[in-house]
Write a protein that binds this ligand. Sequence first.
Ligand SMILES: *Cc1c(COP(=O)(O)O)cnc(C)c1O
Length: 334
Amino acid sequence: MPEPSLLDIYAARQRLAAHTRRTPLVCSPSLSRLCAQPVYLKLEHQQITGSFKLRGATNALAALSHEQRARGVVGVSTGNHGRGLAYAARAAGVKAVVCMSRLVPRNKVEAIAGLGAQVRIEGASQDEAEVLAGRLVAEQGMTMLPPFDHADVIAGQGTLGLEILEDLPAVTAVLVPLSGGGLISGVALALKAASPAIRVVGVSMRRGAAMAESLAAGRPVAVEELPTLADSLGGGIGLDNRYTFALVRRLVDQTLLLDEEQIAAGIRHAYREERQIVEGGGGVGIAALTERLFEPRGATVVVVSGGNIDLETHHRIVGGEPVERVLGSHCADG
Ligand SMILES: *Cc1c(COP(=O)(O)O)cnc(C)c1O
């Protein structure tokens, strides 16, 4: 499949219209005051299933052939990709299997099963769950839908960029949470097609920043996975990365890295000042501004990418409990 284009993003937008929410872009008085520039939040944590992953999954499912749909799709995810895929597959009337290891906590299994996917538990690691997924592809002809490195997934995420352009044509910079790079690749494709002068800034956690380290190395590299409050930003970019590494290298102007205290500050600011419940990975753009890692010059958009945080963990973070203590038990339960 060739790299996605602006046309693919417009096509995705038509496919998504009936099945996803067009999330609001709202002014943030507190961040605008802090930065002395107009700052807006793209409230994508209010997307159905709690994250933008629904966009890419919905688009990739819509692009499947009749035969592929009949055989079903498979994904490997304990989190937002699994939720998005499960919901999108049910909406499309396609069978979905989500593979996980047996270490995944029951609430995560139930969240995905509750959206209608069949959950298959295999092995004691993500790698073993992936082996099972590979077997379902080889033996049953199911189609694997990856979380980011797929042209239709990237085009689906790019619809978020179109919405920003329509709502705020004067945008000068967009801060985007960055892990495997599907979201930022799609958003950057849309924004840079409108104007190469719009700055696209990726924000990751310092602990296990796979894309930032790969950019520095000049090729995809593996990173150690460490406990982080931004768990939805964890994982590698794939040593055989096909799309997102090249797209990020070409289209993203800058990447910022946050430590765990800063990620917690983003969650707290979102709650206290914006009245929004965001997960760690969803709030990194907010944190980049409150922690002064990025200085806006002109209208700036922060993509708030997800809200699926365990409420007990959220309560402890906004209550000011020391991050290392929260992290200890947060990650013990997944
Ligand atoms: C998956 C995810 C990201 C990162 O998206 P990539 O396409 O992997 O870069 C950011 N925020 C949330 C909430 C996510 O679920």
